[in-house]
Design a protein around this ligand. Structure first.
Ligand SMILES: Cc1ncc(COP(=O)(O)O)c(C=O)c1O
Length: 462
């Protein structure tokens, strides 16, 4: 058996697909689809485009999985990884040791983040970071001698990852059904999702007010003495790009403060420029006690995530003595070096300002031209996040039945037109690289429009 890496020169698409079918178990496994249609084999990428094993170039309207913020093919990041691998490929951060890039990155994050989130605990993925938050927050309340404050409140449609605790925080029934979740101590309330949850006479602001009320009611029902924290994504991402009205987060924050409940922002998607500010917390005026970051921290070039915490949280945790929690790859020096270079380039190139002033407004304006399409019930978004809600009846916001049939069809047609979007229920989402060029935004919207036309035709509507 050869252990040498096989390249695309030696295998055809069909051969890769056959090997993949036989041996590779994918996340969010859909073996039947892989069996029927075969895996898309992506062999390269450049800027905002992917290149598949047949040499086709496809516009990546999802920046990988909401993460390749700087775009593909940045040699500076490869060089940073190479240099660090030569210098020190690995050392741990246990037992009073740390490599310089890890220390340096924690300083940079303390400066970059809003408020006094002055301390960083590193791990490799958003899920691990959220698991860490569950342990640290429960420990925090133990140290403060309030050991009953243990329950986490999050929201339906939230996505916080796939480990047992992260999936318990998440608000997806289908995920809860795998592994008998949620674990005890996890509760969910409604999000400010007007399109699907707003009453016929409600405005988005009314729905958001009701969602904030639901949080307060839940805290009171459980007893504030039992509630540890509320966690939310500033904009729910994988749950369908649910953008809250401006009043929602300030009210949630007021409620958390009033009942002595810690406020956690999961910025795994919204962090690092996605909403047109460095963090979603700045866009939506939130001062969290803890923050989860991952994805855009390294533009996906190396796995890295972090839990950021305020001085007050850190000092309480420190007062409690040793915390037996950590990962072999906590603060991995190669990932940290890549993240530092990524943040340096983002600053040097003014990428966040570009999203705020140019590409963000352009994507929002261009996407809204799709509002007239017969399938589109709502266009929403902020910065370089966007979503199209696909419906049968625009006036009543009625979705097709069964829910979740139409967006995957649209996703396939859009892919065939040369743009990757994401289908979630009957929402089509986009989250392109922050480096996307204005003409590529036009391309993204035009290809999506053609994909929607083909979808309407397949449904017999066009
Ligand atoms: C908001 C949010 N939190 C956490 C996660 C989990 O991150 P990971 O897949 O790196 O574990 C994701 C992944 O999409 C996410 O969108």
């Amino acid at each position: 058996m050869s252990l040498r890496a096989t390249t695309t020169e030696t295998l055809s698409t069909a051969e890769w697909q056959e090997l993949d079918r036989r041996h590779h178990v994918h996340p969010f496994i859909d073996s039947r689809a892989i069996e029927e249609k075969g895996t898309r084999v992506i062999v390269g990428a450049e800027g905002s485009h992917l290149i598949d094993s047949d040499g086709r170039r496809i516009l990546d309207g999802m920046a990988g999985l909401w993460c390749v913020n700087l775009g593909y093919g940045r040699h500076e990041l490869a060089q940073a990884a190479y240099d660090q691998m030569v210098e020190l490929p690995y050392y741990n951060t246990f037992f009073r040791s740390a490599p310089p890039p890890t220390i340096e990155l924690s300083r940079i994050l303390a400066e970059l983040t809003p408020g006094d989130l002055g301390h960083a605990f590193f791990s490799s993925s958003g899920s691990e970071a959220n698991d860490t938050i569950v342990r640290l927050v429960r420990r925090y309340w133990d140290v403060r001698d309030r050991p009953t404050k243990k329950t986490f409140i999050s929201r339906t449609y939230a996505y916080h990852g796939s480990t047992m605790a992260a999936a318990s925080l998440g608000g997806f029934e289908a995920m809860h059904a795998v592994g008998d979740l949620p674990l005890p101590g996890f509760e969910h309330v409604m999000p400010p999702y007007w399109f699907a949850m707003g009453g016929p006479d409600e405005t988005p602001e009314d729905t958001a007010e009701r969602a904030a009320r639901a949080l307060e009611d839940k805290i009171l029902e459980l007893g504030p003495e039992n509630v540890a924290a509320f966690i939310g994504e500033p904009v729910i991402g994988a749950g369908g790009v649910i953008v809250p009205p401006d009043d929602y987060w300030p009210e949630v924050q007021r409620i958390c403060r009033e009942h002595d409940v810690l406020l956690v922002c999961d910025e795994v998607i919204t962090g690092f420029g996605r909403t047109g500010a460095w963090f979603g917390a700045q866009t939506f005026d939130i001062e969290p006690d803890l923050m989860t970051i991952a994805k855009g921290l390294s533009s996906g070039y190396a796995p890295i995530s972090a839990v950021l915490m305020t001085d007050a949280v850190f000092e309480t945790l420190s007062a409690g003595g040793v915390i037996p929690h950590g990962y072999t790859y906590s603060g991995h020096p190669v990932s940290a070096a890549v993240a530092i270079e990524n943040l340096r380039l983002m600053k040097e190139e003014g990428l966040v300002e570009r999203v705020r002033d140019e590409t963000g407004p352009l994507l929002q304006e261009r996407l809204r031209t799709l509002a007239d399409h017969p399938l589109v019930g709502e266009v929403r978004g902020v910065g370089l996040l966007g979503a199209l809600e696909l419906v049968e009846d625009k006036a009543t916001r009625k979705h097709f039945e069964p829910m979740g049939r139409v967006a995957p069809i649209a996703h396939e047609h859009c892919y065939d037109e040369g743009v990757v979007l994401r289908a979630m229920r009957d929402v089509l989402c986009t989250s392109p690289p922050l480096s996307i060029e204005p003409h590529e935004i036009d391309e993204l919207v035009e290809r999506t429009a053609r994909g929607l036309d083909r979808t309407a035709a397949e449904l017999g509507l066009g």
